[in-house]
Design a protein around this ligand. Structure first.
Ligand code: IPM
Ligand code: MN
Length: 365
């Protein structure tokens, strides 16, 4: 086995539950790494509110540089009530947006699966939601998040939803390529009945599709898409969206498995990949060792996929499934009469099972 592989991870725990959930993700990475012949070195850096308090800005230059020099960035979450009165560049969220832009990670991948063991935890009926497997491909460095002009205008304010053909084309390519490796179907989401920028979005996506005839494409208006995600989530394979629509729809879809604490994300396409849970900083439960680390751990699996350690990535996903199958539940998913596993206990269970599965696979001829 090759023992020389090693990965430098920029670890940005951020705020609220960010530190405790990413600590478990690192534990899993280290354990699965030593079972699989690679090492992981994590170096901690500030972002968001933690960075504001320490340096006066939400993305210190030292953090940006460290991320650009790393093999991958593992991020927890940003924001919290302490900084709710902050405005503009002083908002913790600005640190995350600036980091995405600095890394050039225009493609945000958000897989939504409902594990069999958890179909009963969904707010939807298990027979509707079981087997759901959606990949959101969200454009991440353009659209209304970054459009100009932006700002106050006398007694009003404006933000601009703008996309260039190139920006649409490259994210559409990602969606079609991913669909090829999955169910072969892309649903592109827009508001082309109202917005000029969505008319362009639809045109360009249709053009890119001409080169990918093996994948099927349909277009949905965003309002209809939202309804369909709840009505019949199994109809979706890859969902291609702009920045804002993807933000909203992925939170909506995150409700399907019954907890926001389950969903990972990978932001790729730039210099270095950024991996973070879809959930926020959950300040109300921070520091209590009760948060669900699954989203952070599954984000670490996406990180392993991205650096080419796909067998280890599968082992991590197996570790999560096996831990759920064994009945471990953090507080967000535990039934009233069940004892909940702590963040760290759940992380240890996943790490052990992930490493075991790697070793078992290695022994299989
Ligand atoms: C997300 C978050 C961010 C976003 C915020 C924190 C800037 O909601 O990753 O979905 O809107 O992109
Ligand atoms: Mn969001």
């Amino acid at each position: 086995m090759d023992n020389t592989r090693s990965y430098d991870i920029a670890w940005l725990p951020g705020d609220g539950i960010g530190p405790e959930v990413t600590r478990e993700a690192l534990r899993v990475l280290e354990t699965v790494g030593s079972a699989h012949g690679f090492s992981v070195t994590a170096t901690e850096h500030r972002i968001g509110g933690a960075a504001l308090d320490e340096t006066g800005g939400p993305l210190p230059g030292s953090t940006r540089e460290a991320c650009l020099e790393s093999d991958a960035v593992l991020l927890g979450a940003v924001g919290g009530p302490q900084w709710n009165d902050n405005t503009g560049e002083q908002r913790p969220e600005r640190g995350l947006l600036a980091l995405r832009k600095a890394l050039g990670v225009y493609a945000n991948l958000r897989p939504v699966r409902v594990p069999e063991a958890l179909a009963g935890a969904s707010p939807l009926r298990p027979d509707r939601v079981g087997g759901t497997d959606i990949l959101f491909v969200r454009e991440l460095t353009g659209g209304i998040y970054f459009g100009t002009p932006e700002g106050r205008t006398g007694h009003g304010a404006r933000s601009t939803m703008a996309y260039s053909e190139d920006e649409i084309e490259r994210i559409a390519h990602v969606a079609f390529q991913r669909a090829r490796r999955r169910g072969g179907h892309v649903t592109s989401v827009d508001k082309a009945n109202v917005l000029e920028v969505s008319e362009l979005w639809r045109e360009v996506v249709t053009e890119v599709h001409d080169d990918c005839p093996d994948v099927t494409l349909r277009h949905l208006y965003v309002d209809n898409a939202a309804m369909q995600v709840v009505r019949d989530p199994r109809q979706f394979d890859v969902v291609l969206t702009g920045n804002l629509f993807g933000d909203i729809l992925s939170d909506l879809a995150a409700a399907l498995p019954g907890s926001l604490g389950l969903l990972p994300s990978a932001s790729v396409g730039g210099t270095v990949g950024l991996f973070e849970p879809v959930h926020g900083s959950a300040p109300d439960i921070a520091g209590q060792d009760v948060a669900n680390p699954t989203a952070a751990i599954l984000s670490a699996a996406l990180l392993l996929d991205e650096v080419g350690e796909t067998a280890a990535a599968d082992a991590v996903r197996h570790g999560v499934d096996a831990t759920l199958d064994a009945g471990f539940r953090t507080a967000d998913l535990a039934a009233a009469d069940e004892e909940a596993a702590s963040t760290s206990a759940f992380g240890r269970e996943v790490a052990t099972r992930a490493a075991d599965s790697v070793l078992q696979n290695a022994q299989t001829p």
